[in-house]
Ligand binder design. Structure first.
Ligand code: B12
Ligand code: SF4
Ligand code: SF4
Length: 356
């Protein structure tokens, strides 16, 4: 077997030993021209909203072999880790079910980073005598077009909802990469398989897809509940629905996430016990110290105290429980964040409209 092919076989074996559900390899030194042009169009349209870090990283996102990432990089090993728990999700406490599936348990960055480091170490060990291989693990904080690299590595295809779909596994996967100077035999991309289906585009509660494959992130509930720091625009408030943090609607309706699939074995995706003992009113009323407890070891810290409380107010307005009125009135009058006060006032007005 050719050395590069032998390396590929060993890397694939090691990645599956480490618990990754899919692995593919592509070349790092061939830039993603088409995808970068799409990325630029996304920025030019302003679809990134307040996510300034996407703008800052625009140039670096073009390539993986820049000095910023890893000089002399030849290969990218792309991996995916499933996080859905099809048989168990129904039993999650109600508050956990208002969090996106990836965010109910521990912060995935910690667990995946460890595994990616071990995969990078393994790549370095592939060096022949006298050869030095460098390898760097990457997770989504890095300025890399992860879905595009994964698609080129044949890990799956990008669906009309913009997500990478791994045939036989679905789209509830998190992506990571190891970029390395090692020459590893690349895989090829696979064809897109959405066909005539438009379920994700039709089901999106805020109409966030201007066209298939393209997301106006400013309208996406994940953006509104995780990234946006100010007030949620009035025309999108109702669309937040019962989503406290993130949204899975465009994945829930996707046929590639249907069928019988085993639960993931990773404990890190099981909901924190705290969600069984927390109500929406608790979230709305949490001060900084209480929020720090709720967010410890969870991806929800990214929303910030004010963002999480703002979403709780919108969800309470959607649910329409009159018992929440006193807490909403307090938040509307006293919360230090203008975005929370505004969302609480909106929720109160919804409650009174419903009562009328
Ligand atoms: C910023 C960001 C967001 C933003 C913007 C999302 C977006 N669609 O751009 C917000 C906050 C809204 C978000 C939401 C979510 N995110 Co996010 N996010 C990112 C991040 C950090 C950067 C993405 C980015 O650069 N976007 C800009 C766009 C232009 O780039 P792109 O998505 O790669 O663009 C592709 C499409 O536009 C597509 N495209 C455009 N036109 C066309 C035309 C055709 C014909 C085709 C085929 C493709 C195509 O091609 C581009 C390249 O592949 C990545 C991690 C990373 N470093 O890549 C995670 C990442 C994309 N997110 C992820 C997840 C899990 C989510 C959520 C599911 C979380 C949740 N449950 O709430 C939602 C899903 C929303 C959705 N439908 O996309 C995962 C996706 C895993 C997967 N299976 O694909 C990633 C990869 C993180 C990770 N490491 O696993 N996210
Ligand atoms: S995550 Fe929700 S809001 Fe965002 S595009 Fe998908 S369905 Fe729409
Ligand atoms: S719901 Fe349909 S159109 Fe959307 S990603 Fe899944 S298969 Fe593709």
């Amino acid at each position: 077997m050719h050395a590069a092919a032998a390396r590929r076989a060993r890397v694939v074996e090691r990645a599956s030993e480490l618990g990754f559900d899919a692995v593919g390899v592509t070349r790092a030194d061939v830039p993603l021209e088409v995808e970068h042009a799409r990325y630029r169009a996304f920025l030019e349209a302003g679809f990134h909203g307040e996510m300034a870090y996407l703008e800052e990283a625009a140039e670096a996102r073009r390539r993986l072999d820049t000095a910023d990432i890893l000089e002399g990089a030849r290969s990218v090993v792309c991996v995916a880790r499933r996080y859905d728990r099809p048989a168990a999700e129904e039993r999650d406490p109600p508050l956990a079910r208002s969090l996106a599936r990836y965010a109910r348990g521990q912060d995935y960055h910690n667990g995946l980073r460890k595994k990616l480091r071990r995969l990078a170490a393994f790549c370095r060990e592939l060096a022949a005598e006298g050869e030095v291989i460098r390898a760097r693990p990457l997770l989504d904080e890095e300025p890399v077009l992860e879905r595009a690299w994964a698609a080129r590595a044949g890990l799956g295809f990008v669906g009309k909802n913009g997500l990478l779909i791994v045939p036989g596994r679905g789209s509830y996967v998190l992506l990571g990469e190891v970029v390395t100077t090692a020459e590893i035999e690349p895989d090829g991309p696979i064809a897109e398989r959405c066909g005539a289906c438009t379920r994700c585009l039709d089901a999106c509660p805020t109409g966030a897809f201007p066209r298939p494959f393209v997301l106006d992130a400013r309208r996406c509930v994940a953006y509104l509940t995780i990234e946006l720091r100010g007030a949620v625009p009035d025309e999108l408030k109702a669309g937040v629905g019962d989503h406290l943090f993130g949204c899975d609607v465009c994945q829930e309706v996707c046929p590639f996430n249907g069928g019988k699939r085993p639960d993931t074995t990773a404990r890190m995706f099981e909901p924190h016990a705290r969600w069984g003992a927390t109500s929406l009113v608790d979230v709305l009323s949490a001060d900084d110290a209480r929020f720090a407890e709720l967010a410890a070891g969870s991806p929800i810290h990214r929303a910030t105290r004010a963002g999480f409380a703002r979403s709780a107010a919108l969800v309470l307005g959607h649910v329409g429980d009159p018992a929440a009125a006193p807490a909403l009135a307090r938040a509307a009058a006293e919360d230090p964040s203008a975005a929370v006060r505004e969302a609480a006032a909106w929720a109160l007005s919804r409650l009174s409209t419903e009562r009328a």
